[in-house]
Design a protein around this ligand. Sequence first.
Ligand code: DGJ
Length: 551
Amino acid sequence: MNRQIPAFIIAIFSIFSLHAQSTDPSLPHLVHKNGRHALIVDGEPFLILGAQCNNSSAWPAMLPKVWPAMEALHVNTLEIPIYWEQFEPQPGKYDYSVMDTIIVQARKRNMRLVLLWFATWKNGSNHYMPQWMKQQPEKHPNIIDKEGRPIDSPSPHADATLEADSKAFSAFMRHLKGFDRQHTVIMVQVENEPGSWGTVRDYSLKAQKIFDSPVPAEAIKVMNISPKSNRNWTEVFGRDADEFFQVWHVAKYISKIAAAGKEIYPIPLYVNGSIRDPLNPGWPPTYEVGGPNDNAFELWKAAAPAIDILAPDIYIGDTEGYLKALDLYSRPYNPLFVPETIGFGAFTRFFYAALGHGAIGYAPFGMDDTRVRLGQDGAPLSSEEKYGATALNYRLFKPMARQIAQLNFEGKIQTAVQLSAISPDAERGNSVDRVNYLTDRTLHFDGWDADIAFGTFSRLARSESQPEAPDGRILVAELDKGQYLLAGYHSRVMFRPTGNNRNKPWQYLIVEEGRFVNGEFKVDRILNGDQTDWGLNFAEPTVLRVSVYVR
Ligand code: DGJ
């Protein structure tokens, strides 16, 4: 979070923050304060507990296999595509019927939507372009690689394609504005994982001519490069020239589409990226080039001011890499939103990690019933097996999603997730007493520390059998000094006074277990005795409100 922010970016960011504030405040919008962010829906911070359906599920005939899954997941928001090929079956003739059906059905289920505009780019290809466009490849060209071979990826230098996409997106946003007065749709994703695979950029004659021309002054300025005029991309950016050229033109292209839509209906817009490995990125084109990769942030922010969020699709298996991705995409000038990720098993603990990075939302991908998933024994998985791990988080957070979003906006939330599986050998011989209890992580608050240990516990020690995968997770929100809201699973928390009070005896004033109902914390029981004497244990997903004091 301590990265230096170029002044140019701050300027762009401020202009657009002001822009957001000056539009109708009843619209979904983003607010920013002290480098933190909130998505405001119906006047209050909203936390997207989301899931995305499969790519071909946004058809009325498929929706009966989508909604039950969303309900089983306890999401409050469905991410669902709108396909350009369906939306514009003939040039300039737009078909709103599918989007209307989706919106109406979402309302009946009290669910919000994030609509995904699958248009010029879908995973770097043009596969969602209407047929009548695909049949005119000379008018809507793909990229040519360095060897002159055609690549399955649309060119960001294709003016006719850009114009058609802008017009269609404008029609889509205009219709949304009129049809969705109650703001069922809270954000729109513009394109899907834009960029190219297999080539760093377009080497067509047209693209090459632009590549050999002077770099636009705004691109030079934002990259903090000395502004000698009339230098081409190679002269300015050296070995990064091909990559940055592609980034700049994909971002500019998408910005024009986004700006056209936003002009009509200014709700938050974002771009999702198939992100490069955050720890070992390698060189392009081993990753998709042109999207919002972490090295492309400054260029994207400068080229595409109408895009509010650069969002990572995180399919990274290793813990360190996952956490690094969260770090890279949560910036003072970029709210963290994870529009696609893995929603199974221990991966779901990263939902907590995202909240600890101030996320405004989170959404595992492919979570509907249009695909049968088989277990290891070859039998189809039940809903519980498919969705249980994500539902475990969302069931707990849904009733308090607004409070969590507000607390995060105020910077009150810290989280910790288990980093690796617990090996029983490592536990043997650990002295466990009330002073030297096990601690995997410590969170620091005003006057108090919270020592976190992951796993399941029997009194102060970890119990004999531990979950196979590292799935411990905890969230601690500081409501006031010595007063906390905690939510967690497979973890234990021990509070301890710090500073001048560090050697003084302390006690719980009260430990309440409960849940939020209509914005109020409703107490189910007060925990005491064995349930607090050995630390606060989260053997099951649990919410606690805790007050501690020094005697
Ligand atoms: C990322 C894409 O954005 C999704 O639409 C989907 O194709 C997944 N990859 C993989 O299934």
